[in-house]
Write a protein that binds this ligand. Structure first.
Ligand SMILES: Cc1cc2nc3c(=O)[nH]c(=O)nc-3n(C[C@H](O)[C@H](O)[C@H](O)COP(=O)(O)O)c2cc1C
Length: 178
């Protein structure tokens, strides 16, 4: 079998025989076939407009076929002004749902569950990439200065920021769920 097609959970290894990392894991309603998780990793494989590409589908599907039980997509921006990378995955609008469904189907066909990391870049968002002025809570002493969303907020505690991004995250979560 070609090297990159070999499952990472080899049935000959102790983990593959039902103990150690090969053991299934039940987390509430979710059952993972083993304890291997493919962590979210920025790849920049999407279109510039944030939509899914065949390259990205195949990239994640290979991780599922490789034996991981749960495969995460990269940090995906929940709102256009939170975008930090040119070819980052977007979950910022309903038009993303078919692309997300494609990713989920490909990962599931490989035997794994699919997860999406919801992200708003905040102070790390890139205006040059998103076309928006970055917004973030007022900086704490430890952070570099950024654009404040409300000058009256106390450092590190911005209620209007929290509320606004919470809404965007909730909407993105509903899209990813569909
Ligand atoms: C190329 C690369 C991209 C990453 N992108 C993300 C990301 O989008 N979101 C995230 O939460 N972590 C990201 N990480 C961190 C990984 O998910 C992971 O937490 C880190 O590599 C440590 O994993 P390990 O403990 O298995 O070594 C990235 C790491 C790498 C190497």
């Amino acid at each position: 079998m070609p090297r990159d097609r070999r499952p990472i959970v080899d049935p000959q290894l102790p983990g593959g025989r039902g103990d150690g990392l090969g053991r299934p894991l039940v987390l509430g309603p979710v059952r993972l076939r083993n304890r291997f998780v493919s962590a979210p990793m920025e790849r920049n494989y999407c279109e510039i407009d944030g939509s899914v590409t065949s390259r990205y589908v195949e990239y994640l599907a290979r991780r599922a076929r490789g034996g991981a039980a749960l495969v995460f997509a990269e940090a995906a921006y929940v709102r256009a002004d939170g975008k930090g990378r040119l070819r980052q995955l977007g979950v910022d609008m309903d038009a993303r749902v078919p692309g997300l469904a494609r990713l989920a189907a490909a990962v599931r066909a490989g035997g794994a569950l699919f997860g999406v990391e919801l992200n708003h870049g905040g102070r790390t968002a890139q205006g040059a990439v998103s076309g928006f002025q970055p917004v973030a809570p007022p900086p704490s002493r430890a952070c570099p200065p950024v654009v404040n969303c409300r000058a009256s907020c106390r450092p590190g505690r911005c209620t209007s920021w929290s509320k606004r991004t919470r809404k965007a995250r909730a909407a993105a979560a509903r899209r990813a769920w569909r």
